[in-house]
Design a protein around this ligand. Sequence first.
Ligand code: ARG
Length: 456
Amino acid sequence: MKLWAGRFSKEIDKKTNDFNSSISFDSRMFEQDITGSMAHATMLGAQNIISKEDMEKIIDGLDGILNDIKNNKLQIDMSSEDIHTFIEAELTNRIGDAGKRLHTARSRNDQVALDIRLYLRDECDAVISQLIELVTVLCDSAKKYSQTVMPSYTHLQRAQPIVFGHHLLAYAEMFLRDIDRIQDAKARMNFCPLGSGALAGTTYPIDRNLTAEILGFDGVCQNSLDGVSDRDFCIELANALSIVMVHLSRFSEEIIMWCSWEFRFVELDDAFSTGSSIMPQKKNPDIAELVRGKSGRVFGDLMTLLTVMKGISLAYNKDMQEDKEAIFDAFDTVKMCLTAFTPMIETMKVNGDNMRKAAAGGFINATDCADFLVSKGLPFRDAYKATGELVALCIQKELTLEALPIEEYKNICDLFDDGVYDAISLEKCVSDRTCVGAPAPKNVVAQADRILELLK
Ligand code: ARG
């Protein structure tokens, strides 16, 4: 029997019922639905809209339902239209007429808008704590590898020497911004739509602030039409999660590259790698590849939400039922990715020797060589040109800058002296980069400590 039975002379067509129903995906909000209903009933009782006796029956009844679902004593009936319908029907089964009073001064429109906010609030906290865990791992590793020299790249061409810890902290910064973005969206979402009714509020003397306060909101939605039809928070969160996935995906791409035998900068732990069905030598970075691939799902969820919302008139339209699968999938996916990604990073072996070897080739200290001439008074452009000639000479002679004899340096520019070899040593190139944000080992340690402190 449907909620709307009075107006209709027939049951809904069976297959259409499946199409219309959302219980298969909104049943996961059972706890939020019950918590919201308890707060609503408390308010109805406090305002004498229902009797105190009915209020107590409703709250006890809902509490029983919540416990029974949690303890698997009550199965959610998957033929119900949605979770709201199921809980209300179950309550009425258990307590009779009082159950039928629960929906006074409420609509499923403000009810579902409430439930999804309550649900997503917890999801935000869950993802934030996973991100904090990841950033902590990155900071700990950054300190461990604060002296591990590696090449940095632009255009995937060797550029300048850095340390591995510095590279890791670049990702820590990204994930810190992600945390910030999610917190920010959560704060904007934290207003209570209950009391918006179907779309035009209600004539009952409700106390919206009371329900909002019981449920831990920072206030109430100020316009009833907007209260029931706003899904900006879903879009904002899907956007924030998409950016998380961009970061995870770029990181994954680097891990995949670094695992290749062309690089061999890192080796993933066996517990986070897979083999091949035919090639016995293979150890594949499937986890990183999957994370990279799953970014597509989350971007798709964002597109779904934008598209669902863009053309619907005020206020509630059934299109909006499509919000849930998209935003749930975005959260599920990000949580799943982080669950595998963080321990993969934590356990991967870092091959500092190979990183250093790569840093020693490719003339990545050429900028520092030019800077040496600048320290002798030469304008940077001239120093740049002289160093370019040196690099060309080294390529021709198959030598590194470190191995090129001082006479050759002097032939190109007489400002050179033996001090150049110290100036272009990789360790010095790195340790002299002490300006804020630069990769000097002591900077890296200080930055990691600053972030760890921030996370507390
Ligand atoms: N299952 C619905 C949803 O998720 C609940 C709201 C139904 N409201 C309505 N007017 N049909 O959007």
